[in-house]
Design a protein around this ligand. Structure first.
Ligand SMILES: C[S@@+](CC[C@H](N)C(=O)[O-])C[C@H]1O[C@@H](n2cnc3c(N)ncnc32)[C@H](O)[C@@H]1O
Length: 381
């Protein structure tokens, strides 16, 4: 089986979360850079990582990396790649690009040079002049950063946030990959209660249920690399069977509520599509009615920021209400993602820790208020 240099791309700020996911999957040779984690693997790893990575955006194969300060260097670098090892005679070669702080700044020109080079390499190998491009799709990306060209091929197709359950979304839904990252960063485990009292379309609760039941997030979707003749179908079948066998059924207490009946219905529908509706208790209620007699719970939530959703005044009033309601839950931990610069002031307390994260292009902070943890039972006593 050929080995590849693989890149799991992710939102800025989530590199260490994706690296920890990869470590749990058994990968050790990890290298982290802004927005990506690099490692090596074969076809089996491509299938496994696409199915299991919860917080990465895509999985790419790195085909080449070289210095390119003019079009000739770019052409020669792209021509030197053994494209025929991946792309069949009828493959669709779709080239996209980006350029940051590089002499080659015209992205359309870079894209057409790389396309020319790929076709030229294919012409030489297959000994023909025209290609029908009617077969499987290969999304090639040329990324220039400070005059270094990196050429990749996408193995995922749709972004990995597309799990296949979120067809109905609220006005400001969280990406599934970010929701999963918030759950991982909270260090919640299924023995504790988890609640999202501003659940919108339910993404945080659904991702928590998938994590708690050890369900591979990609189990309900397909990936572009499945259509490639180089990747035997049996690999995907084996990885899917393995993932299905790893789902655990365990009691969990996950609560999701929202005051808006329309988004609340979407949350229920999404959970049904994700096959986790039985793991989540959905309630339509305003945050002021949120309470619990139980201890050591964990709130993970994404309130309106007062930008896309909610006015400045209503948002600040909501943050005050959250502060009051949560202060009654003295053993609980709270994790709140917002871009509002004065969240802590209105909420009423300073976070134990905060972390810069991006919700799409919006710079946010993930405010972490750590409560106490249940004492571990000592079986010897
Ligand atoms: C940013 S959205 C949450 C999006 C959600 N994370 C998702 O993935 O769809 C914020 C949610 O807070 C809800 N909300 C705002 N004020 C509320 C209140 N006082 N009580 C309960 N829900 C409220 C809104 O209806 C909205 O669905």
């Amino acid at each position: 089986m050929p080995r590849y240099n693989l890149i799991a791309t992710c939102a800025f700020g989530l590199e260490s979360v994706v690296a920890s996911e990869l470590r749990e999957l058994g990968y050790r040779d990890l290298k982290t850079e802004d927005g990506k984690v690099m490692f090596t693997g074969d076809d089996l790893d491509i299938a496994r990582c696409n199915l299991w990575l919860r917080c990465a955006d895509r999985l790419l194969i790195k085909m080449a990396e070289f210095k390119a300060t003019d079009f000739e260097e770019l052409f020669q670098g792209a021509l030197a790649v053994k494209w025929e090892k991946l792309i069949p005679e009828n493959g669709v070669m779709h080239v996209t690009g980006k350029s940051i702080r590089s002499k080659l700044y015209s992205v359309p020109d870079c894209q057409s040079i790389v396309k020319k080079a790929v076709v030229e390499a294919m012409k030489r190998k297959y000994n023909r002049t025209m290609f029908s491009e009617t077969g499987p799709v290969y999304k090639i990306e040329i990324a220039l950063l400070k005059d270094v060209a990196t050429i990749t091929v996408d193995t995922s197709g749709d972004g990995l946030h597309k799990r296949g359950y979120g067809e109905t979304r609220g006005e400001a839904p969280l990406r599934e990959t970010l929701a999963a990252a918030l759950v991982r960063l909270s260090r919640w485990d299924p023995s504790r209660i988890l609640a999202d009292p501003l659940c919108g379309s339910g993404t945080i609760a659904i991702e928590a249920a998938l994590i708690g039941s050890n369900t591979a997030p990609g189990l309900k979707r397909t990936f572009v690399a499945e259509t490639w003749p180089t990747m035997p179908k049996k690999i995907w079948e084996a990885m899917r069977d393995e993932a299905a066998g790893k789902i655990v059924s365990r009691p969990m207490e996950i609560y999701a509520s929202d005051m808006d009946i329309a988004v609340f219905r979407q949350a229920v529908e999404n959970a049904e599509r994700a096959d986790v509706s039985e793991m989540i208790v959905f309630q339509k209620k305003p945050i002021i009615e949120f309470s619990s007699k139980k201890k050591y719970g964990c709130v993970i939530t994404n309130p309106p920021y007062g930008e896309r959703l909610g006015t400045k005044e209503s948002t600040e009033k909501l943050y005050r209400a959250m502060g009051e309601v949560f202060s009654k839950l003295d053993t609980w931990s709270f994790f709140i993602l917002t871009s509002h610069p004065e969240f802590q002031k209105y909420f009423g307390t300073k976070a134990t820790k905060n972390r810069k994260l991006y919700n799409g292009k919006i710079k946010c902070y993930f405010y972490q208020y750590f409560g106490s943890l249940p004492k571990k039972q000592n079986k010897d006593i």
